[in-house]
Structures are given as C-alpha cells and as structure tokens.
Design a protein around this ligand. Structure first.
Ligand code: AMP
Length: 115
C-alpha cells in the first residue's frame, strides 16, 4: 500500500475539496491555488507516485484522465476555446504532490508553453 497523500485523503473524503467528478478510477476537484479561471486536478484513485511508476496495469485509469478532462472541459464551458493539460514529474517537472494527477487549465488564453 502506497503512502497516503493529500490527494488520497481528498479521494476518501477525509479532507475537504471541491470535487467535480468521481468514479472507480479517478477523482477530479478544483485546485486550491488556481492558476487559471478553470484549474482542475484529475487524480488517479490508486496512489501512483509519478509517471515513472506507470505500468501497463494503469492504462485504463490513465485513459480515464483524458475522458474526464474532455467531460469537465465541456461542463466548464472551455472546450471550444481550448485548454491545457499538464502532468508534472519529479523535481525538474515541478511536481509537488507525489500522487499522479493531470492539471486541466483554461478559461483564458494560456499563451505558448514557456519552459
Ligand atoms: P503538482 O506541482 O503537479 O504536484 O501540482 C500540485 C497541485 O496541487 C498544485 O497546483 C496545488 O495548488 C494543488 N493542491 C495542493 N493541495 C491541494 C488541496 N488540498 N486541494 C486542492 N489542490 C491542492
């Protein structure tokens, strides 16, 4: 069993969050420090620490991140103008929470990806 994370506590409703969607594989909630008008995190219910830990067994849950991103982008009214999906990995990727998640950002022009 992987070590509990802030996100696993949100998934199990042990700490509060603005949850928009949950199923057996993923949970989506608003980022506590939004960097865009819509900033939503879509998290695997299973604690996968980073993309480096991904295996073929995770492929269904990882695919679900995208179908839920598409669904929520429509709910947020940002699908036509567009949005950005980001997955950070480890220190150089700027990862803060070691529980695999996708950022869905939109509601304004995000400009080019600056690195
Ligand atoms: P990352 O840098 O990819 O690991 O992103 C972690 C994200 O989690 C950041 O954008 C934080 O603002 C967000 N975050 C941290 N704690 C919480 C929380 N309790 N509820 C919602 N979002 C959070």
């Amino acid at each position: 069993m992987a070590k509990e994370t802030i996100f696993s506590k949100i998934i199990r409703r042990k700490i509060p969050a603005d949850i928009l969607y949950q199923d057996d594989l993923v949970t989506a909630f608003r980022d506590i420090n939004p960097r865009a008008p819509s900033h939503i995190l879509i998290v695997t219910n299973l604690i996968i620490p980073t993309v480096n830990n991904v295996t073929t067994e995770h492929e269904v849950a990882l695919g679900r991140l995208f179908t839920v991103a598409a669904k929520i982008s429509k709910q947020e009214g940002i699908s036509e103008d567009g949005y950005r999906l980001i997955v950070n990995c480890n220190r150089h990727g700027g990862q803060e929470i070691y529980h695999l998640h996708m950022h869905l950002l939109g509601g304004r022009s995000l400009g080019p990806l600056v690195v």
